[in-house]
Design a protein around this ligand. Structure first.
Ligand SMILES: Nc1nc2c(c(=O)[nH]1)N[C@H]1C(S)=C(S)[C@@H](COP(=O)(O)O)O[C@H]1N2
Ligand SMILES: [Mo]
Length: 232
């Protein structure tokens, strides 16, 4: 993948963001990737097992991010869906709320080994968004861009699933700012770093473009059931 231009790792955070990227945290996570931390060498089957290999169950909900917290609010939030789509979208908060709202309960699996069961999410379904935006025939990849400067990439086929949401609510309450509110992606079948907090742009592409962790040793696909934690 050396010839694929990586997403600018440090897209500028939006004005009004607080904090700064924590270099020690980034260095530690890069080291985990080099060490192959938490790899068990076993796969598991989501049809039979609940906990993916190498994971442990937690009851609380840890906060994990680069250390930059955007100041985005419902009033200031905006989303662009662009790139290879027939109908680019530009939504403000009211446009998002005007869409059909879906609920989905799913488990979180973070590559740092915690998993959390039964998270009740509410928001707009990725399939609904894609039906409005209409990907062009050559669109095959998606990059999520966030207000803190973070990016992450997935295959369009992984975004285009019935359990993927642009989530605004968790357990019946607005998603807190530290967990990516007002709007975050929830893509439960992949490790949680693919679920962009504070999402502001969804870009559809013909070629894949690795995001922040994907250029720092983390797996491009990130299936927890086959331990796609790190790139080779
Ligand atoms: N915008 C943004 N989204 C992000 C991140 C980030 O740093 N910035 N970190 C990712 C990682 S590594 C994880 S594990 C989850 C953590 O989400 P949480 O803090 O709500 O648990 O968010 C993911 N999405
Ligand atoms: Mo993570």
């Amino acid at each position: 993948m050396a010839d694929i231009p990586p997403t600018t790792p440090d897209e500028a955070p939006d004005p009004g963001s607080e904090g700064a990227v924590r270099p020690k945290l980034v260095a530690a996570k890069e080291q985990w990737a080099r060490d192959g931390r938490a790899l068990t060498g076993h796969a598991a089957d989501p049809a039979r097992d609940r906990l993916p290999p190498g994971q442990r169950l937690v009851e609380d909900w840890p906060v994990l991010d680069l250390g930059v917290t955007p100041g985005v609010t419902e009033r200031s939030w905006g989303l662009t869906v662009d790139g290879l789509v027939e109908n680019p979208l530009r939504w403000r908060w009211d446009d998002l709320l005007a869409q059909p709202q879906e609920r989905f309960v799913s488990d979180i699996h973070c590559v740092t080994t915690w998993s959390r069961y039964d998270n009740a999410w509410e928001g707009v379904g990725a399939r609904h968004l894609l039906a409005l935006a209409r990907p062009k025939p050559d669109a095959r990849f998606v990059v999520f861009h966030s207000s803190d400067g973070y990016t992450t990439n997935v295959a369009l086929a992984d975004f285009d699933a019935d359990d993927v949401l642009l989530a605004t609510r968790w357990e019946g309450r607005p998603i807190s700012r530290e967990h990516g509110g007002p709007v975050r992606v929830v893509l439960p079948r992949l490790y949680f770093w693919k679920s962009a907090k504070w999402v502001k742009r969804i870009e559809l592409l013909a070629e894949d473009r690795p995001g922040y962790w994907e250029v720092r040793g983390y797996h491009n696909h990130a299936d927890p059931w086959t331990e796609e934690r790190y790139s080779d």
